[in-house]
Write a protein that binds this ligand. Structure first.
Ligand SMILES: N[C@@H](CCC(=O)N[C@@H](CS)C(=O)NCC(=O)O)C(=O)O
Length: 310
């Protein structure tokens, strides 16, 4: 599509949420530009775009910046509807399964995988992740104990996924690919993303392994690297796209007011701006940055805290 601006994904290779986005781009057969960002803060070539949000990945389309994979996949669907990730008939159950995968399955998975591969992690990663969660930096022994403690929770939930596939369904929520496939996949992908030490956890589960092979076959699409400074220049040259109509709740701050948005769980760096769009599911802030000029930063509503700047 010649007149569509480039899709630019800011990410790094071992990020599981980035893998979710990469696979969605592959599933939709898209060409995109890949900007590698550091896995730890500070991220001085990313935050001029986001206004402070530091999580991975971030999708940039010109001067529009999409934070959080739940929103990134929705935006891809809006722009490139086929093949669909949100088929209407399966969407409610798919959204609930995805919520479980990312809020209940993934945290123990992350503690299990990180503690098992401690010797393979970048040296500053643990300290960064502790700061990101406002927690004290743990000793090696604490991280290894957390891995042992969380292994059973991971094992129990992996078995649920196999059980779900027992009726012969091809995809997690039923007969079609949905958001649930991407959300469950990236959590399980993380098991062996750093090493194959935990591959044995999937050994007993033939249905999961077959389904993961189907997911992996989507690939990552057509990827061309881009320098981070070039991505900033793209934003500086572009104007934010047209805004959709708003449909706020009575409790929401008024459109046009100064607001602050931050994740409600971890990496709670604030993003300030003017509220320019809000509906049931999404919100967007306009901000001006000395390096990139005017940008619109988009967030999903759920999982983010929105309040007026007084
Ligand atoms: N809900 C977010 C979660 C993203 C997330 O936690 N990503 C991890 C990497 S997989 C992260 O941001 N880690 C800290 C960092 O990369 O700075 C999403 O769906 O995008």
């Amino acid at each position: 599509m010649p007149d569509q601006p480039d899709l630019i994904l800011h990410h790094y290779d071992f990020s599981n949420y980035a893998e979710k986005a990469r696979l969605a781009l592959g599933y939709k057969g898209l060409a995109w530009r890949s900007v590698t960002i550091p896995p730890v803060a500070p991220k001085p070539l990313l935050t001029p775009l986001t206004g402070g949000y530091r999580r991975t990945p971030v999708l940039q389309i010109g001067a529009d910046i999409y934070c959080d994979t739940r929103l990134i996949l929705k935006e891809l669907e809006r722009r490139y509807p086929t093949p669909p990730i949100f088929p209407k008939a399966l969407s409610p159950q798919a959204a609930m399964i995805a919520f479980w995968a990312e809020n209940q399955l993934f945290r123990p998975m992350s503690l299990y995988v990180s503690g098992t591969n401690l010797d393979l992690l970048p040296p500053d990663l643990q300290a960064d992740r502790s700061r990101m969660r406002d927690l004290p930096i743990p000793s090696e022994a604490t991280v290894r104990r957390a891995a042992r403690r969380n292994a059973p929770a991971v094992r129990v939930q992996i078995a649920w996924v196999e059980d779900l596939l027992t009726d012969g369904r091809e995809w997690i929520a039923g007969a079609a690919v949905t958001i649930a496939d991407f959300a469950v996949y990236h959590a399980l992908w993380f098991l062996t993303a750093r090493s194959d030490r935990l591959a044995f956890e999937l050994e007993p589960y033939e249905r999961i392994r077959d389904w993961m092979a189907r997911m992996q076959a989507f690939g990552h699409g057509d990827v061309t690297p881009m320098a981070p400074t070039e991505a900033l220049a793209v934003a500086a040259r572009a104007e934010p796209g047209p805004l959709r109509a708003s449909d706020p709740f009575a409790e929401d701050p008024p459109l046009g007011s100064r607001v602050r948005v931050r994740a409600d769980d971890y990496a709670r760096d604030a993003v300030d701006g003017e509220l320019v769009q809000i509906d049931r599911e999404e919100l967007a802030l306009r901000r001006t940055d000395p390096q990139v000029g005017e940008v619109v930063v988009h967030f999903p509503r759920l999982g983010y805290d929105l309040r007026p700047v007084i």
